[in-house]
Design a binder for this molecule. Structure first.
Ligand code: MN
Ligand code: MN
Length: 463
């Protein structure tokens, strides 16, 4: 045997999808991402993703989950948790006590939330005070167009939906930054303090109300416009959830158009791919349970995050008509925690370790564990479950890669994996590698997006 043959047999060598996929498969992957771009543009907050997805589910024969009903194989249901999270299920032929197949992604993304009393005026300009949501590098959010999304509950109990800055011709908003000419002191700050939390103020207007008697005329004029448009008064901001997100649309990146840039790909890339896989799954063996969760970016706490009991209760409700305990179902279940991984950045390679990182174009990324300081705060997947997943993917020629978050002690993070593992379920993190994660413009490879979709489809249809 030659060294070359021996090397092929013994040495592990991942390959670039661009080199191994056929032109036809590459075209399919690129085409698949056209739908993904629409999903990204239509759903810039968890509420918008839920609304968009619910319509799609109904179009595809899914019905609202009724906990008193005993579902049979082939039934398709969904549970809407407070308009911010979804559990979608396709009932399988196998007995529910033998477990279900869970795919869990999240649809919240880092952003800039308005404070409960946001509006103020200074130097005759009107601004919003904000409190950022999730892990952001604050300086990245200045001097870019932002759009306003959310809901306001009025005194009469009616709810007003807000979406300004997305439609062609809409105004947008922005956070101003200091001109370099006068930034002598600012540039001495550390990068994390370059823009401070209380400096993330949003410019929302500049026209004074024409009246000599009153003060804060610009603020008054903004309230006049908002009152005309939405029928709200300043106090109504208190009963609201209003969020600023990047106003730009999903775009192809590069001369070859193989990368995709957009806000919120962490983790709507896994939400979209697992959702498509679920919608296309007919009569699976195992019952498929797909979760689009909220609050992952702030630690999964709160009643729409996966650290709440809503998944556990859904499983218990699903199993009860069969006389089966939820805990029995969970103990026999497996889960793909569908979340993004870090793609090695050519400019910042030294934060990753090359043999144990995920790369753009190398397939869907498996991550055995996340966490910080010696695997703290994670679910470290078992060898048995990793073997089960990789063998399942290999059998269907789904190209995957294995990596960890970054170099040991370089930083860290987590996913929903640990919360689902806490329910006595076998869990493995799997998702698409992302460049510029948590920035206003995150980057993925279309080939990896397509591989994630294929991986979820294989899992949903597996025994
Ligand atoms: Mn994520
Ligand atoms: Mn994240």
């Amino acid at each position: 045997m030659t060294g070359k043959e021996l090397k092929e047999q013994l040495i592990y060598s991942p390959k670039n999808l661009g080199e191994i996929l056929s032109e036809e498969e590459i075209a399919k992957a690129h085409e698949f991402c056209e739908g993904y771009k629409i999903f990204l543009d239509e759903g810039k907050t968890e509420r918008e993703v839920v609304e968009f997805t619910e319509k799609l589910l109904i179009e595809n024969g899914f019905e609202k989950f009724d906990r008193t009903k005993k579902y049979v194989a082939g039934d398709k249901v969904y549970y809407n948790n407070r308009g911010k999270a979804l559990i979608i299920s396709v009932i399988g032929t196998d007995d529910i006590e033998n477990g279900v197949h869970i795919m869990a992604s999240h649809i919240d993304a880092p952003r800039i939330d308005l404070k409960p009393r946001p509006l103020y005026e200074q130097t005759e300009l009107a601004l919003f005070k904000t409190h950022y949501y999730g892990g952001i590098k604050k300086y990245q959010w200045t001097a870019i167009p932002l759009s306003l999304h959310g809901v306001i509950i009025k005194k009469d109990g009616t709810s007003v939906k807000v979406n300004i800055g997305e439609a062609e011709g809409d105004p947008v908003f922005c956070i101003t930054d200091l001109l370099p000419h006068l930034a002598k002191d600012q540039v001495q700050r550390t990068l994390s303090e370059g823009i401070k939390g209380e400096e993330l103020n949003i410019l929302v207007g500049s026209m004074p109300f024409k009246d000599d008697e009153v003060s804060e005329k610009v603020k008054l004029n903004i309230m006049r416009i908002l009152n005309e448009k939405y029928g709200i008064v300043e106090g109504d901001f208190i009963n609201a959830e209003l969020e600023m997100v990047p106003a730009f649309k999903a775009k192809d990146i590069g001369f070859d158009r193989n990368l995709l840039g957009a806000y919120g790909q962490d983790d709507r890339v896994c939400a979209f791919t697992s959702l498509m896989a679920t919608i296309e799954t007919q009569n699976p063996t195992k019952t498929v349970v797909t979760i689009l969760s909220d609050k992952e970016e702030i630690g999964s706490d709160g009643n729409t995050g996966l650290n709440s009991a809503y998944l556990k209760y859904f499983i218990a409700d699903l199993a009860k008509p069969y006389g089966v305990d939820g805990r029995t179902v969970l103990a026999n279940s497996t889960c793909l925690s569908a979340d993004v991984s870090t793609a090695v950045d050519p400019t910042f390679q030294d934060v990753t370790e090359k043999n144990n990182s995920t790369y753009a174009n190398y397939g869907v990324g498996l991550v055995k564990y996340t966490g910080v300081r010696g695997k703290g705060g994670t679910s470290d997947a078992s060898a048995e479950f990793v073997a089960k997943v990789t063998q399942m993917l290999d059998a269907e020629n789904v190209i995957w890669q294995m990596g960890e978050l970054g170099k040991v002690d370089q930083g860290g993070g987590g996913t929903v994996a640990m919360y689902i593992a806490a329910l006595d379920v076998d869990v493995l993190d799997i998702g698409v590698p992302v460049l510029s994660m948590h920035s206003p413009f995150e980057v993925t490879s279309k080939l990896d997006v397509y591989m994630a979709y294929r991986a979820f489809k294989v899992y949903a249809n597996s025994k």
